[in-house]
Design a protein around this ligand. Structure first.
Ligand code: 0RA
Length: 658
């Protein structure tokens, strides 16, 4: 015991490397976890959970529980082997302490199986420890319970034995409170966590993941999908008409497990989600290329061999074979190389042929055994080819009329004078009247305005040729000037920011969803490269005498009211319960903006368009699967899922409307 005390006191001298490591992480947290906003904050949980998932993939754990505690700390508990606690040979301290305090120590304990998860950053629990105000780890192993606690990554004492565990009971429990001096946010979002855990549970069918929220009310959800990615496809397609039973392909080649599930529906879009080591590869990569190549070739061969396509009549392209396709591709790659703008594109060249060969073999087999499914798929693809031909004709016609030519900008566009896209932005505005205010209020040097009339077409439900006939869509395509769909070239965009500005009411949020759906489906790279934004007009104007102030939410409104009222010495303190369209109390007028059109050009500029003072929300592909889900749920034919969604999310509708 005495010895331990000395060690504790000399900690800094003896562990200079550990301190240097922790210091590096705390000085530049973004280098280790991406950023210090909500994303990086939630990433701390993923980092810990990934270790539990690794235990599960190695066959030692099947249960993970994530608890958000009342004090905003989080507990991650698994029933794996437990982090080893024996004395580490080199460092001469408990292996547990090494794992928790030395950067990248996880890898030093080479587990028999390769590390497949590890998150996008894959930095290990020591980084979470370094970025936590405090952390406590508890390990059950060899019939004993061990603990160690830390402050900002520094151990408070050596690993100690605190009790007995049942002989067969093993596992690791980590509780941490993120350091508020490092992160910009301090509250975990249940939905952000459960969305990721649902995804992980779909991707890893043997694991049950429970998320518990101990804060107000208490909410919990358990995810365990015995059908794995087959159920994932079902979940995505539950609002669509499914044309056949889901096709499932599984196998392993060159230490690379591959799992694919897909199903065609009656929609016109393609929905392929690819994963490498449980990470959503938004930008695709070699695994995706391998899948697409094999799908096109196998289906084409099958169709010809069985006389489903008459020679010379109609040629089917890769796009035709993917219309209406929902697919999950999940591969585990031992040493993944991530490339691309957001490092979510798999670069390993060997993976292409691994996936391609496997899909080629197993899909051919499946089709031979399930000819009715084969027939359904080919019929759907032939319809796609016919529609594509019709669309091509419509496009040629339109081109002849110069409608889509970017030399011929839409008449309603008020363009900006600067031409360097990096400094230009376009506001896509709901309605002519708001469009008028925006045109007058803007800085015409770098701000272009495109007013839209009414609602644009729902591209989820329309064929390509119909989409291209829609005037509002044509105006957007030619204003952006970077093409459309498969021909879309984000680098040709005439603007660096595409800002959607719609009213803060139900119609406005519907129009915004339609616009986002269109951009997501046909100009996806704009979203992927962070060029799409949502304008934030104020919701309230509070006026007293000559003073006018704007509020962007209820909290701000009430603060302003309070401030204005305390300035007025005659007024009694009175709480405003709810300010409806226009309320007048004690000389303070509160009006709720219903539409952008109610603001004059100067107000619109000051509150919503001036880059110096405005707030705009960047749209991202964070979870393309759930974005897609929301679009489909809100826009699809089925009323029931939409009603369910709205009911479940009623309390978030405010956020949705932002
Ligand atoms: C290093 C080596 C082994 C397991 C782990 C780390 C491990 C880490 C975490 C983090 C959360 N849960 C975890 N579970 C396990 C291998 C252990 C062995 O060989 O017995």
């Amino acid at each position: 015991m005495a010895k331990q005390e000395t060690k504790k006191n000399n900690y800094s001298a003896e562990n200079i490397n550990v301190l240097k490591g922790l210091d590096a992480v705390r000085k530049r947290p973004a280098m280790y976890i991406g950023d210090i906003s909500s994303r990086g904050f939630h990433h701390l949980i993923n980092e810990v959970v990934d270790n539990s998932i690794d235990e599960a993939l190695a066959g030692y754990a099947d249960k993970v529980i994530i608890t958000i505690n009342k004090d905003e700390s989080v507990t991650v508990e698994d029933n794996g082997r437990g982090i080893p606690t024996d004395i580490h040979k080199e460092e001469k301290i408990s292996a547990l302490e090494v794992v928790m305090t030395v950067l990248h120590a996880g890898g030093k304990f080479d587990k028999s199986s390769y590390k497949v998860s590890g998150g996008l950053h894959g930095v290990g629990v020591s980084v979470v420890n370094a970025l936590s105000e405090w952390l406590k780890v508890e390990v059950k192993r060899d019939g004993k319970v061990y603990v160690q606690e830390y402050k900002k990554g520094i151990p408070l004492y050596r690993v100690k034995e605190v009790g007995k565990a049942k002989q067969k009971e093993t596992g690791t429990t980590i509780t941490f409170l993120p350091d508020s001096g490092i992160f910009k946010v301090s509250q975990f979002k249940f939905d952000t966590i459960s969305d990721r855990m649902r995804e992980l549970a779909y991707l890893n069918k043997n694991i049950s993941i429970k998320v518990v929220d101990k804060r107000n009310g208490g909410e919990e959800e358990t995810f365990h999908f015995k059908g794995g990615i087959i159920e994932f496809v079902k979940y995505i397609n539950n609002t669509r008409t499914q044309l056949h039973k889901t096709v499932y392909i599984e196998g392993e080649k060159e230490e690379t497990p591959v799992e694919i599930a897909f199903q065609y529906t009656d929609v016109y879009s393609e929905n392929i989600f690819s994963y490498v080591n449980n990470i959503n590869t938004h930008e695709g990569g070699t695994h995706l290329v391998g899948f697409k190549t094999a799908l096109t070739r196998t289906l084409n061969n099958y169709a010809y061999k069985n006389g489903l396509i008459k020679e010379g009549k109609l040629t089917l392209t890769g796009d035709d074979f993917r219309e209406g396709l929902t697919a999950i591709i999940s591969v585990k790659v031992p040493e993944p190389q991530f490339e691309g703008q957001t490092k979510t594109k798999l670069g390993n060249s060997e993976t292409k042929s691994i996936v391609e060969t496997m899909v080629g073999e197993k899909l051919s087999e499946f089709l031979e055994e399930n000819p009715s499914v084969g027939k359904k798929i080919i019929e759907k693809c032939m319809m796609a080819a016919e529609a594509r031909n019709a669309a091509r004709k419509a496009r040629e016609l339109a081109r002849r009329k110069n409608a889509l030519d970017n030399m011929n900008l839409p008449g309603k566009l008020a363009d900006c004078s600067i031409t360097d896209p990096e400094h230009c932005e376009i506001y896509i505005v709901e309605g002519d009247s708001a469009g008028g205010s925006a045109k007058q209020g803007r800085d015409r040097r770098f701000q272009a305005i495109l007013p839209l009339k009414g609602k644009i077409l729902n591209v989820e439900k329309a064929k390509l040729n119909k989409i291209l006939e829609n005037n509002e869509i044509k105006a957007i395509i030619s204003a952006v000037g970077a093409g459309f769909g498969a021909d879309f070239d984000e680098t040709k965009s005439r603007y660096g920011k595409i800002i959607l500005m719609t009213d803060a009411d139900v119609d406005g949020s519907h129009i915004r969803t339609l616009l986002l759906t269109f951009l997501y489906r046909h100009m996806k790279e704009l979203i992927a490269t962070g060029k799409v934004y949502i304008a934030q007009p104020p919701l309230y104007k509070i006026k007293k005498g000559k003073q006018e102030q704007y509020a962007f939410d209820e909290k701000e409104r009430d603060e302003i009211i309070k401030r204005l009222k305390t300035n007025n010495k005659d007024s009694e303190a009175e709480e405003i319960e709810d300010a409806n369209d226009e309320t007048k109390t004690k000389g303070v007028t509160i009006s709720r903006y219903k539409g952008l059109g109610e603001m004059n050009p100067l107000q619109l500029w000051e509150t919503t368009m001036d880059p110096e003072t405005r707030t705009i929300l960047q749209v991202n592909l964070e979870s393309a699967a759930s974005a897609d889900k929301i679009f489909e749920t809100l826009m699809g034919d089925d009323v029931e899922p939409r009603r369910e969604f709205i009911e479940k999310n009623a309390k978030y509708v405010k956020n949705l409307d932002i």
